[in-house]
Design a binder for this molecule. Structure first.
Ligand code: AHR
Length: 501
């Protein structure tokens, strides 16, 4: 029998709540329709934000939201998105479907959304096609509490008080859509631009995110870290986080693969690719350690998730895809990896929040459904802010086709401030259940709560007609034997067990 051994006496690191963050770009139906419908919509809304969506997201305890992109960020000119809506400049969203962007959702609307969600703000600036002045004025507009041209403009536009900008991205994917730069060129630009991201309120310093690598581009990480840390004693103020983007494409970037139509081999191939996140964090982290051995710079995986071929009949530029029990496993596996690396990974953002890529919510007109990924994020919310505990699983097989083998079970364990221990386990097998004996070192515990997301059909997903095919349910298939908990994890499952004294 597999054993999960937990050492409650060894707290390894804090799982920052922001690891459970989200990303919302001006892309397809994420912002428009998915989140923002405008004040005059028939769809119930508060200040233009869909009530159903906001209420569902509040249940996830969304800690942080990144906006406005993505590739869109390096073409976004923030002044187009302020002032009376009827006079806001329109633009073409060149990256995403070539549609007209009317800028009706801008800085004020984003800040209002974060207010309603009660989350931290992560604003991504434009380094690729914007100027230092434009970036610096945006920061002044949002955060300066006094008399200044930008603060006065904000007040004229109806917002007297400054907002908090918790995180600020200095460009996005500048190795690609954000300007096709070399690491050294970007790093020098980063040094310059970030200088003018001023902290107007020393009590609430803005944390700066430097653009990191795509997938396994270790050359980028090395080049950026080296250039930014060439004067080591100053460098820590330059950079609070370095980003990493990694998407799972079952059949590679060109073909990607269907979100709902796949066989068993592709199931394992997809999960094997999700597990690759562990190696990416380790290897980029090793390069970061060379320049930042004290781990003062956090890794910020601000785009992660599955990216499939878009749903038939939808605009290919909108990246709309379904979400099955396989996505529940991708989420469970990835979040366990982030938890285990929480000494270095301090922020992450699932791409994207509504109607784009591995979303937690899908909408169609006034209808909204929760995806399997939503339910996993909901269970895992208990890890937010908790201490990662030392844990390991033994006695499990590797399963799947030779080239795409995966461990049958993955796990992570944390302890919250009230002493409640959250154990999250995934059974990656599409064929067989797995019994796991959970051994805690400090004697007996009571099970406080246990939940599961599963479906015996690996293709199961929620639709507007059948919204509850894959949902979070109570999990009762466990026994307490000699002080240990023996849980039987069904195939295709993500399980959460919470225990306390
Ligand atoms: O999330 C979709 C796109 O993927 C983002 O705009 C970009 O940053 C990444 O390539």
């Amino acid at each position: 029998m597999a054993k999960l051994i937990i050492n409650e006496n060894k707290e390894l690191s804090t799982i920052e709540p922001e690891i459970y963050g989200h990303f919302s770009e001006h892309l397809g139906r994420c912002i428009y329709e998915g989140i923002y419908v405008g004040e005059n919509s028939d769809i119930p809304n508060v200040n233009g934000m869909r009530t159903d969506v906001v209420e569902a997201l509040k249940e996830l305890k969304v800690p942080m939201l990144r906006w406005p992109g993505g590739c869109f960020a390096d073409e976004y000119h923030w002044k187009d998105g302020i002032g009376p809506k009827e006079t806001r400049k329109k633009m073409i969203n060149t990256h995403w479907g070539g549609v007209v962007e009317d800028n009706s959702f801008g800085t004020h609307e984003f800040m209002e959304l974060c207010r309603q969600l009660g989350c931290k703000t992560y604003v991504n600036g434009n380094l690729g096609s914007g100027t230092v002045q434009e970036m610096s004025e945006w920061v002044e507009y949002m955060t300066f509490n006094g008399i200044s041209p930008m603060a006065d403009l904000r007040k004229e536009n109806g917002h007297e008080e400054p907002w908090n900008v918790d995180f600020f991205g200095v460009g996005n994917e500048n190795w690609g859509c954000g300007g096709n730069m070399t690491p050294e060129f970007y790093a020098n630009e980063y040094r310059r631009y970030q200088t003018y991201v001023r902290n107007y309120d020393p009590e609430k310093p803005i944390k700066k995110v430097c653009c990191g690598a795509n997938v396994d581009d270790y050359f980028w990480t090395e080049g950026v870290m080296k250039t930014c840390f060439s004067h080591a004693e100053w460098a820590h103020g330059f950079m609070d986080y370095l980003s990493l983007h990694y998407y799972v494409h079952p059949e590679g970037w060109e073909i990607k693969g269907s979100s709902t139509d796949f066989d068993g081999d592709v199931w394992y191939k997809t999960l094997n690719k999700a597990l690759h996140m562990d190696e990416l964090i380790t290897r980029h982290g090793t390069i970061m350690d060379k320049y930042d051995p004290e781990k003062k710079v956090g890794m910020c995986v601000d785009e992660w998730g599955a990216w499939y071929t878009c749903e038939p009949g939808t605009n290919p530029g909108f990246l709309y895809q379904q979400n099955t029990v396989r996505d529940a496993l991708i989420a469970g596996i990835t979040l366990n990896i982030f938890n285990k690396h929480s000494d270095r990974v301090k922020i992450a953002a699932l791409a994207q929040m509504v109607n784009v890529l591995q979303s937690v919510l899908l909408t169609e007109g006034d209808k909204m459904i929760k995806t399997p990924t939503y339910h996993v994020m909901h269970m895992y919310r208990h890890h937010q802010g908790a201490k990662l505990l030392e844990s390991s699983v033994t006695g499990i097989d590797e399963i799947g086709p030779d080239e795409w083998k995966v461990p049958k079970v993955t796990e992570s364990v944390s302890k919250d401030k009230d002493g409640v221990i959250t154990i999250t386990l995934n059974n990656l097998s599409i064929e067989a259940a797995e019994e796991v004996e959970i051994q805690l070192s400090n004697g007996e515990y009571k099970v406080a709560e246990s939940r599961i997301v599963t479906n015996s059909d690996m293709h199961a997903h929620n639709t507007f007609e059948a919204p509850e095919e894959v949902v979070e349910k109570d999990f009762a298939d466990y026994e307490v034997k000699n002080g240990n908990i023996v849980a039987k994890l069904p195939a295709n499952s993500v399980v959460e067990i919470r225990v306390q004294k």
